[in-house]
Ligand binder design. Structure first.
Ligand SMILES: C[S@@+](CC[C@H](N)C(=O)[O-])C[C@H]1O[C@@H](n2cnc3c(N)ncnc32)[C@H](O)[C@@H]1O
Length: 208
């Protein structure tokens, strides 16, 4: 069984309970606040495309729609996508899919919130995003901060649902370079402290 199949099954199984934990909801709100600062409103409302990679139940997808993007939310898990569909309803500028063929192209904006958590080696994901990113595009990504004591706790609790791990800022920067991406911003969130912040919020672009 591939790693993606295991992750899909875990999220399918836990989709109904996803987002109910008050602590993770609190952390999630801080992440979204930081991400909003990194994403400008759509250049052409209703036209400028954005890919929400691993959209889950659609919490960032909703923000991108608010900012005027024509959004494609893509996720491995049909159950998570079904939750996103019921949360967001029918909207003219929204497509939700579990089909990786539907996201092939060149995106001016890609977001990937809460995905690296499930990959010990982030390089294949960085490479996939680099392939999907337009030459002048922007990629906004989060990762649990391996240096944070909160992440120590998070990784232990996650064993009961979808086992997660943290990454250090140094490792992420190195892997991004290996994937031909340049890390232009990295900020810790919850709290905003390099050693303690639970989440690293990053913005990247093509290296060349
Ligand atoms: C923790 S949830 C985050 C969902 C959403 N981005 C958010 O922040 O609320 C992680 C999601 O990533 C999806 N996922 C993990 N690996 C993926 C991959 N390689 N391609 C697409 N989706 C993926 C999972 O199915 C799950 O729905």
């Amino acid at each position: 069984m591939t790693q993606q199949t295991i992750i899909r099954q875990q999220f399918d199984r836990h989709a109904n309970a996803y987002g109910r934990n008050p602590l993770t909801r609190w952390i999630g709100r801080s992440e979204l606040d930081a991400i909003r600062q990194l994403i400008p409103p759509a250049a052409e409302p209703g036209v400028t495309p954005a890919l929400d990679f691993g959209c889950g139940t659609g919490r960032l997808t909703a923000v991108l729609l608010d900012l005027g993007y024509r959004v494609t939310g893509y996720d491995l898990s049909p159950e998570m996508v079904a939750k996103a569909a019921s949360r967001l309803g029918n909207q003219p500028h929204l497509t939700l899919t579990t089909d990786s063929r539907a996201i092939q192209g060149s995106w001016p904006l890609i977001t990937a919130l809460g995905i690296l958590d499930y990959y010990a080696d982030p390089l294949p994901l960085w490479q996939e995003w680099q392939q999907l990113l337009a030459q002048d595009g922007r990629l906004v990504v989060t990762s649990p901060n391996a240096r944070s004591p909160l992440v120590w706790l998070y990784t232990r609790v996650s064993r009961f649902t979808c086992p997660a791990q943290g990454h250090t800022g140094e490792d992420l920067r190195e892997t991004a370079v290996a994937a031909n991406l340049a890390l232009t911003d990295i900020q810790p969130v919850f709290p905003r402290h390099a050693q303690l912040g639970h989440t690293l919020v990053m913005r990247l672009r093509q290296a060349v």
